[in-house]
Design a protein around this ligand. Structure first.
Ligand code: IMP
Ligand code: MG
Length: 175
């Protein structure tokens, strides 16, 4: 990873995460919500973010897997989330590492609304708008990134690089 381009330094991320937490506090205004972390990529972001949030929340986890041909725009992510009683009549804040095509967030949102969530908002460390299929925008986000594959601060490539303290562009394979 020595030749990779660092897009976001650890200190930059730390400062922005604190601002995003303030935006979240302002939005919920002391009202309780479910902070739903999408595994595995959002783990690092969520663990820093939640320690800056002052509103009361309950921590829950969800998993999303994309099945089938991953280059197909019709791919439908399969969602595994908390039990119905944890969701119904609750405000839910989905926390994920990156909003890319939007398919994962849309699938999760539908899944949560089917289980009678009161509201569903999305918070993402990164917003990569270039490949967005759906007309969705993040409710909260840290940084916009260009249309490149990024790793670090929880984001992986083939399960590697999650432990980098910064966000970097994945190095191109050697010719
Ligand atoms: P979406 O469903 O296309 O919005 O994709 C969201 C998921 O794709 C994220 O939660 C990531 O797991 C993965 N993803 C998309 N872009 C990147 C990237 O640049 N690096 C690492 N993972 C990515
Ligand atoms: Mg992910």
């Amino acid at each position: 990873m020595t030749t990779s381009r660092i897009l976001l330094q650890a200190r930059q991320i730390e400062a922005r995460v604190a601002q995003v937490a303030k935006e979240i506090d302002k939005h919920y205004d002391g009202e309780e919500f479910i902070l739903l972390v999408v595994l595995k990529g959002a783990m690092v972001f969520a663990s820093d973010l939640m320690r800056q949030i002052r509103s009361p929340f309950q921590l829950e986890f969800a998993q999303s897997r994309t099945y089938g041909n991953s280059t197909s725009p019709e791919r439908a992510p399969e969602v595994i989330g908390p039990d119905l009683e944890k969701i119904s009549d609750k405000h839910v804040l989905v926390v994920d590492d990156i909003l890319d095509t939007g398919a994962t967030f849309l699938a999760l949102k539908d899944w949560l609304l089917e289980r009678e969530a009161l509201s569903v908002r999305g918070c993402f460390l990164l917003d990569k708008p270039h490949r967005r299929d759906a007309a969705i925008k993040p409710d909260f986000f840290g940084f916009q990134v260009p249309d490149v594959f990024v790793v670090g601060y929880g984001l992986d490539h083939a399960e590697k690089y999650r432990n980098l303290p910064h966000v970097a562009q994945l190095p191109e394979p050697a010719e």
